[in-house]
Design a protein around this ligand. Structure first.
Ligand code: PNS
Length: 170
């Protein structure tokens, strides 16, 4: 049974969030008006080297979404489809910036549809001001001393600054 049958429209917004950016927040601000509840699901991917620990990523999202009252943050590992089943989710949320995102996102949506047919992927367009914002570009710019204050929440900017100082000392 899907949660829509209980009139609770629960969507999952999965991702690496290493770290969360203003692009992610933009997608959350839009989708939290559409669904009753959104779970931001931070992937625990042992084969991918992340800058921020899982706990750090969760805390940064929690602190950056305090103004939204129907958001929860969790971690998951393994198959997203299995995690969606445990949550009884109706939808997967993914942001789309440019056409360059589309092919990868379409393949992911198709495999997830095959694995869990009752859940659809909903794509939300990013605001044009966030179209070039990605976690990887922000990490590179910030760790090289670039000003990313307009691209990430303030808590993330501060944490990136701390990481930059730590890495300079190593
Ligand atoms: O922010 P990202 O790195 O683009 O997010 C990708 C993510 C975490 C959504 C995707 O890699 C994922 O769902 N991983 C879990 C493993 C899985 O279910 N793979 C099959 C679908 S691609």
């Amino acid at each position: 049974m899907c949660s829509s049958d209980l009139q609770v429209r629960l969507a999952v917004y999965p991702g690496s969030f290493d770290p969360v950016t203003n692009g992610h927040i933009d997608i959350l601000e839009k989708t939290c008006k559409i669904f009753d509840k959104i779970i931001v699901a931070v992937v625990h991917n042992v084969s991918k080297q992340a800058l921020f620990t899982l706990d750090e990523r969760v805390t940064l999202i929690e602190e950056s979404t305090k103004h939204l009252d129907n958001i929860e943050v969790e971690c998951f590992s393994g198959l997203l489809a299995n995690y969606l089943r445990t949550k009884d989710a109706c939808a997967i949320i993914r942001g789309l910036r440019t056409v360059a995102d589309f092919e990868y996102e379409m393949h992911m949506a198709m495999i997830n549809k095959r694995l869990i047919p009752e859940v659809d992927t909903i794509f939300i367009m990013s605001d044009s001001r966030n179209i070039f914002v990605s976690s990887s570009i922000i990490k590179e710019a910030a760790l090289l001393g670039g000003d990313v204050s307009e691209l990430v929440p303030e808590v993330v900017r501060l944490k990136l600054e701390t990481k930059r100082r730590e890495m300079k000392q190593e």
